[in-house]
Design a protein around this ligand. Structure first.
Ligand SMILES: NC(=O)c1ccc[n+]([C@@H]2O[C@H](COP(=O)([O-])OP(=O)(O)OC[C@H]3O[C@@H](n4cnc5c(N)ncnc54)[C@H](OP(=O)(O)O)[C@@H]3O)[C@@H](O)[C@H]2O)c1
Length: 304
């Protein structure tokens, strides 16, 4: 099976709300330059990442790049009101120092406001060229079915061994409609990288992957990943990422806090999982389904 494109996630670029505050970070600008000196051309951000800090830090590099047209820059908006869509996207463009977004995603579906008029406002930005394509994040099948006539092109959902519940159904939904799938958190918010046998000290510890009941089961998956990694002569993070890169998504977004971490992700282009390794991991992931939140719109414990 063909591997997905690797994209750079930048939630880590904007520590806020208690997330990603632990330990010293390598400067985001260094990480972006490192990514771009390798074949990474897809960068994913959101106003929510550090209240605009992630976008701002990307913008500080983007403005000086000669090849903006070769990059895919994606950001997001929260569905609040029809009017705030344009306002929020213009702010994102200002922080990113670019005249357009390659993809604009609705970050989380809302339970309290009608989505159609808000998505129509986002589509208006596509017509005007401020945005090239519209995407949806974290939208479960039940909601997707009510949005059949919205011409979105991309669906961003988790893609990790820790959350495979609706994966097959979402994959088949996307295939039938020629919608691109973009996967996030392939390393389970760091857990599958193997450095968090103790829960992280930042706000990640409140998220589902570190949930007190589920966490011991996830650590058993990590044991299997570590065994496989040692047989293959690679790192646990690479095994977890390779599994995600083999899920038939268009792009997999990985986060990193150092060039050393990102270098391992990039080196996955030279590695592969054989069918037997993949089926061992598939089987473990299948057994973990009941420990994860039921739906991808509530992965982080709230529904916007
Ligand atoms: N649409 C959405 O709602 C949504 C939600 C979540 C994420 N995303 C996007 O997807 C991107 C990726 O997901 P993510 O950042 O949440 O999680 P992730 O990629 O699963 O995990 C990233 C973390 O894994 C650890 N890591 C990375 N490389 C490693 C290595 N080689 N060895 C050991 N550990 C390693 C680091 O943890 P430490 O920091 O602990 O070192 C890093 O911060 C985000 O940055 C964001 O752009 C979107």
């Amino acid at each position: 099976m063909k591997k997905s494109e690797l994209g750079l996630g930048t939630w880590q670029f904007g520590p806020s709300h208690g997330f990603w505050t632990e330990a010293a970070e390598e400067a985001p600008q260094t990480l972006i330059r490192f990514a771009l000196s390798h074949p990474i051309r897809h960068i994913d951000t959101a106003p929510a990442y550090g209240n605009g800090l992630s976008e701002q830090r990307i913008g500080s590099i983007l403005a000086s790049l000669p090849n903006r047209g070769e990059l895919h820059i994606a950001s997001k908006f929260m569905p609040k009101t029809v009017k705030t869509v344009r306002h929020d996207v213009e702010k994102s463009l200002g922080r990113l120092k670019t005249s357009y977004l390659d993809t604009l995603y609705m970050h989380w579906p809302s339970s309290s406001v009608p989505l159609k008029p808000i998505l129509d406002a986002a589509l208006q930005l596509v017509e005007e060229g401020l945005v090239h394509t519209l995407g949806l994040c974290n939208t479960p099948l039940s909601l997707l079915e009510t949005l059949e006539d919205v011409p979105f092109t991309t669906l961003q959902i988790p893609c990790s061994l820790l959350w495979t519940k609706d994966l097959e159904a979402l994959r088949s939904y996307a295939k039938q409609r020629s919608i691109k799938l973009v996967g996030y958190s392939p390393l389970g918010l760091g857990l599958l990288g193997g450095n968090h046998r103790e829960k992280p000290k930042d706000q990640r510890s409140s998220l589902y992957v570190y949930d007190t009941a589920a966490y011991p089961h996830y650590l058993k998956l990590l044991d299997t990943i570590e065994e496989l990694a040692s047989k293959k002569g690679c790192s646990p993070a690479q095994v977890a990422l390779l599994w995600a890169l083999h899920q038939n998504f268009s792009t997999i977004l990985v986060g990193a806090r150092s060039t050393a971490q990102l270098a391992q992700s990039i080196a996955c282009s030279e590695l592969t999982l054989d069918e037997q390794e993949k089926s061992v991991l598939d089987e473990m992931a299948g057994r973990l389904v009941s420990h994860a939140p039921a739906s991808c719109d509530n992965l982080f414990g709230y529904r916007w």
